[in-house]
Design a protein around this ligand. Structure first.
Ligand code: HEM
Length: 180
């Protein structure tokens, strides 16, 4: 869709498949995987549970995001979950990489914009691959979720023909929405 040029803010709404891919990445590996809490200021009943005043509740997006009740085949990386038709069936509160409700992350839109623009610039120029001898990264919770021991990536330049011309056959094959 960009034909090799740098993306601009106005392109964001049209980078639909990239947006879905980023949402799916934040589902499988939410950076704020746990560690946000709420304290009941008064006794409250939530579904079958009664929380006494002062009770602390730990909210764990990682667990929610890997629950097959809300996300079929939850370990599978599938950006199609966030296609407009399917995303509307995700219950409110089941997907919460940025929290939810009155204290939702105020950097939500900014962080999403940054991720999308940076990914659009990088992925036009490079294929990102694990070095051949590397094991797949293991997630580790250390305030935020991150790859245990860091993660090495190879940036393999894409063929320059993808710049300012039609997408390469490989790029077209890997993206089911190649026209975007
Ligand atoms: C991928 C990036 C980010 C993720 C995953 C993320 C995640 C979150 C989450 C889960 C919360 C809710 C915490 C809670 O409910 O207790 C939160 C709150 C917050 N975030 Fe972010 N955040 C991100 C980027 C940013 C950025 C870029 C900014 C600032 C520009 C920011 C500023 C804030 C602030 C100020 C709050 C507290 C809001 C409040 O309590 O009213 N975040 N974030």
């Amino acid at each position: 869709m960009l034909g090799g040029r740098a993306p601009e803010y106005t392109d964001l709404a049209r980078l639909t498949y990239l947006g879905q891919t980023i949402r799916e990445t934040l589902r499988l590996r939410p950076p704020a995987a746990s560690l946000f809490t709420r304290q009941a200021v008064e006794a409250v009943r939530i579904g079958p549970w009664t929380l006494p005043k002062g009770a602390m509740v730990l909210i764990t997006p990682y667990v929610m995001h890997h629950d097959a009740r809300w996300f079929e085949d939850p370990e599978r990386f599938d950006p199609e979950r966030f296609s407009p038709e399917r995303a509307e069936h995700i219950p409110r509160g089941a997907y919460l990489p940025f929290g939810v409700g009155p204290r939702v992350c105020i950097g939500n839109s900014f962080a999403t914009m940054e991720m999308t623009l940076i990914a659009a610039m990088l992925l036009q120029r490079f294929d990102l691959r694990l070095p051949p001898d590397s094991a797949p990264p293991r997630p580790s919770l250390n305030v935020t979720l991150r790859p245990a021991g860091g993660m090495r990536l190879l940036l393999v330049p894409r063929r320059l023909q993808s710049v300012n011309t039609a997408p390469t056959a490989r790029a077209a094959a890997s993206c089911p929405h190649a026209s975007h």
